[in-house]
Design a protein around this ligand. Structure first.
Ligand code: SF4
Ligand code: MG
Length: 338
């Protein structure tokens, strides 16, 4: 089971702002060691909520999270503490996640100590700090250890935030738009670093992004979210090259250049001529995408589509009635019409 550190089924209603928001519904995912899973969607799709639920920053209203097959309690208890150590989060804005009055040394030492990974002697601690910085390619360590966050570039700050997460000796990294606030020129470097770490440390990485081109480049598996639900999943090559769900096609078609990782523009920032994502207060009945879908059929407005197998690639699925094997015309004919 070492390839299956986290398996989750999630549902949550956020009621902090009234009325209740159906932020995430019927979300199932498995994060495997040595694999990057991309969770792609527009802002407001619920993808960050999934990361926060997995990081236990939000309470889930229903569902379960398992680490190595063991159920994780919501707060407290040994399973929760083990999980809190093994599952680390990396945020979008490294400036906000690092304390401006503390040095790199402080942040990393604290992470090592909290998780019991600090050396017992000063020399052991220095070696552990140097190893963390080496892992994120900030060398030599002495050049960075006594710097404050404002003395570092955005990319260096995000590397420090990653090093801090590694201080817990995690199995899973939850990375919420980890490069979208960085200069375009250094995004690839940080994604490549995360990919190297995945290999070297056999990490499971959940990569949250609105940039489907970067998912294709960086992720082994891609999951697409729309309005709080997952609508398509499969290996990244298949999902991005042969998208099955009409929403995934819209995402790809509205990306500025699907072959380039810009992390910019995309549907989040561009004007949409084809409608907005729906409110999650009262989501549309049936398929939540039906008000925007060019392929919508009458049943789409009333019946929620289940996950259906697509085409011939194993593990490729879409929650879309176009792939209903019991419906005519055959889904493959419709799906091929792109
Ligand atoms: Fe479009 Fe219907 Fe498929 Fe939803 S189920 S994506 S509305 S065709
Ligand atoms: Mg977000």
């Amino acid at each position: 089971t070492k390839h299956f550190p986290v398996r989750a089924g999630l549902r949550t209603l956020l009621t902090r702002d009234r009325p209740a928001v159906h932020a995430v519904d019927d979300v199932h995912l498995t994060l495997r060691r040595g694999q990057v899973t991309a969770l792609v969607g527009e802002s407001g799709s619920g993808k960050s909520t999934v990361a926060r639920l997995l990081a236990q920053l939000y309470p889930r209203t229903a569902g379960s999270v398992r680490l190595h097959g063991q159920l994780v309690t919501v707060r407290g208890g040994r399973p929760f503490r083990a999980y809190a150590r093994k599952v680390q989060m990396i945020f979008q804005d490294p400036f906000a996640s690092l304390n401006p009055v503390h040095t790199v040394r402080y942040h990393l030492t604290r992470a090592l100590r909290i998780h019991g990974n600090a050396g017992r002697t000063g020399a052991d601690l220095d070696a552990a700090l140097a190893q963390l910085l080496e892992r994120v390619a900030l060398t030599p360590a002495e050049r960075y250890l006594d710097k404050f966050p404002h003395e570092l570039s955005g990319g260096q700050r995000q590397r420090v935030a990653i090093a801090r997460a590694l201080g817990a000796d995690p199995e899973v990294l939850l990375a919420d738009e980890p490069v979208s606030m960085l200069d375009v020129s250094i995004r690839l470097g940080v994604l490549n670093l995360l990919r190297d770490l995945k290999e070297r440390l056999s990490l499971a990485i959940l990569y949250i992004t609105h940039d489907i081109a970067s998912a294709r480049y960086f992720a082994d598996e891609t999951l697409v979210m729309y309005a709080g639900r997952m609508v398509e999943g499969g290996d990244s090559e298949t999902v991005t090259q042969q998208p099955a769900h009409p929403y995934t096609r819209l995402l790809i078609d509205s990306a500025p250049d699907p072959d380039r990782i810009t992390g910019e523009a995309g549907p989040d920032e561009r004007e949409r001529g084809d409608g907005e994502p729906p409110s999650l207060i009262r989501p549309p009945a049936g398929c939540r995408f039906h008000p925007r879908c060019p392929a919508a059929m009458p049943r789409c407005a009333t019946d929620l589509p289940p996950r259906l197998d697509v085409g011939d690639r194993p593990g490729h699925w879409a929650a879309c009635w176009l792939y209903d094997p019991e419906a005519a015309p055959p889904a493959t004919a419709v799906g091929a019409d792109r």
